[in-house]
Every structure is written in structure tokens, then in C-alpha cells.
Design a protein around this ligand. Sequence first.
Ligand code: PMP
Ligand code: GLN
Length: 381
Amino acid sequence: TNSVFTGLPTTVFETMSRLAVQHGAINLGQGFPDVDGPEDVRAQASAALMAGPNQYPPMLGLAELRQAVAETNRRFYGLDIDWQREVLVTSGATEAIADCLLALIEPGDEVILIEPLYDCYLPMVERAGGTPVRVRVTPPEWALDLDAFAAAITPRTKAILINNPMNPAAKVFCDEELAGIARLCVEHDLYAICDEVYEHLVFDGARHRPLMTFPGMRERTARIGSAGKTFSLTGWKVGYITAAPGLLDPIAKAHQFVTFTTAPNLQKAVAYGLAKGDVYFDTLASDLAAKRDRLSDGLARLGFAVLPCAGTYFITCDAAGLMPGLGDVEICSRLTVEAGVTAVPVSAFYGSDAPHSFIRFCFCKKDEVLDEAIARLERWI
Ligand code: PMP
Ligand code: GLN
């Protein structure tokens, strides 16, 4: 059959995780913590599972989770959200992205994406009938050229899909960039689909600023979050969308035919988690920042050209100095097979013309695991 998905490779995360298992490598590829999230949050899920009900929750999500999402929007960003009309619970951010694209994109519409991009964006935009238009940011700064962004807009542009903090670049968009993007969205009447799954994983005293909070964006933005990242429970696949009623309505229509709903006990536990005090959120970020430093210091000592990381689970680096002439896919496969450490090739985050030798390491792992990864790399080099 001939579909957008025919001939697509299996996602790099699955491929590299399988390769890591096969070779007994330390898996710093796919982004997931190696410890489970807070015990009290898991206890809530477990208790709710036994107490029930375990039948279909409301299509928009449990009231308590939608209230909690609205409340965290107020608490962290000063956004005034009507939980009944402006919050939708999804089965992970991935479903949320699909719902937004299915609801808002018509065949022939153009969608602007910032490259490098999370790997599901291109196929999902295309499957929704849209035409992806890529605007590139380049290392080491990954700065957005607002003129290039403006030049990518045409009369057919319907939406932008932007990931901030950004995987794999580990970039947090600065206020000037966000203000510039917002101005262009308003000027050209574009929707903004904002994948903000790493909103609470921002380091060094920086603060996440949702694009939704910029002038003119409140009515045209669908803001996506994920409990997977916020509570280090990536297997739960609980996501949420915040959007004005006119936008959320069609998105909820897409959701009702994609998954309809999400496990009720997990929704309950996430509602509980979102109400945690500031200490939880501050500690999440500071613990991760320490791991970032541990891994990036180790890699830099070994000669990797490590790029700055302001947020997310990831650091990227250029391995050209260590393995001259090799492409990123070969570098990652050799590191897995020969050194016993798995990273992912950054070319997986490009539609074409990727940089040659950039690889991404995930640092949300136990300190001893990070140390062992560095030790293995050192022995191999
Ligand atoms: N967006 C980005 C940028 C991601 O890195 C991920 C990875 N987990 C997701 C979305 C998917 O989130 P979820 O697991 O909640 O579907
Ligand atoms: N978001 C994760 C990453 O970037 C992977 C999620 C997945 O495997 N689909 O590593």
C-alpha cells in the first residue's frame, strides 16, 4: 500500500533501545528516567485502580485532573483557564499532537516546524494532509532567525508546531524569539500548537514561558503538557491540552475518535501530582541539572564537543573530533556495539540535510549509571 507511513523506518528511539538491549549497552538513547516517579503519585494510582471505578471516564478527562491542569496554568504562568471548556486530557502528548493536527489542518495547509524536530511531527503533519515547512535552527546557539521564520509563511500557512523546551537541541526559546513568533502568528492569523512537555525541566534559574502567554496568543494556541516528563513516569502516557474553547472543541472531536479517553486511575494520580508544592518542581529541575553537569563534564573531558543544555532530558554533542569522517548513525551504532553506550543520531530529527556527526545523550539516569557510561567510553577511546 502507498501511504505516508509506507517505507518509514521504525522510530529511532525503538531501534536504538532494541540495539542497546541486544548488546547490553547502557541506554542513553531514548528519553526515559531509570527510576520511577514519586512514590506517593504511584500510590494514588494504585489505590484508585483498586477502588475504581475503572470504566470510561468522561471524554474530556476527569474533572479533578482538568481542574488541576487549569490550576497549574494559573500557578506557573498566570493563565486564567476555564477547566470545563479549555482543558482536554489525552493519552500522552503524542496523542495531543495528533488530535491538534487532525482537527486544525486541512489538506493543502502548510505547517511551519522548527528543525531539528521531534520525530513524529513530519509524518503526522503529512498524514493530516498538511505540508510541512521546515525552518532550521543551527548549533551551537540554535538561535531562531525570525526573518527566515517570516519568509517561510505563505498564504497557505495554517499553523506552527513548536517544541519548547526543545528536543533534541535542549534549547529554551528566549523571550525575543517567542515574542517574534507570536507577532508573526498574530499578523498572519496562524494557530500555534505548542509542545511544552519539558516545561518543568528548565535549568539554571531560567523559567519556561508558554507562547500562549504572549500578546494575541491566548485564543490561537493549543498548549500541550505531559505527565510522563513532569512526574518521570513516561510509560503512563497522560497528556493534556489547554486551548480556548473555539480551538479545543474541534481538537476534542478528534480526540473522541482517536482514543476517546485515558485510564482513570492514572488521571487521578496525575491530578494529585500537579498539586504538589514548589519543592517538588524545583527539585525535579535541580536534580536533573546536576545529572546534566555530570554527564556533560564527563563527555567534554573525553573530547566530545558538548553543546549547552538549558532544559529537557538531553545533551547533544558533535562527535566528529573523536570519530572523524563517520556519520552520526554509524557513530551511534559503534558506540553501542563497541563501547557499550547508546546515544541517538541527531539526523533522526531532520527531514533532510542533517548535520553530519551530532549525537544525543539522555542524562535522566542514576549517577552511577552515568559514571559507568563515561568509564566505558573512556576505556573504548
Ligand atoms: N514531544 C516531545 C518533544 C517529546 O520529546 C516527547 C517524548 N516523550 C513527546 C512529545 C511525547 O510525550 P508523551 O510520552 O506524553 O506522548
Ligand atoms: N521522547 C522520547 C525521546 O526523545 C522518546 C519517546 C518515544 O520513544 N516515542 O527520546
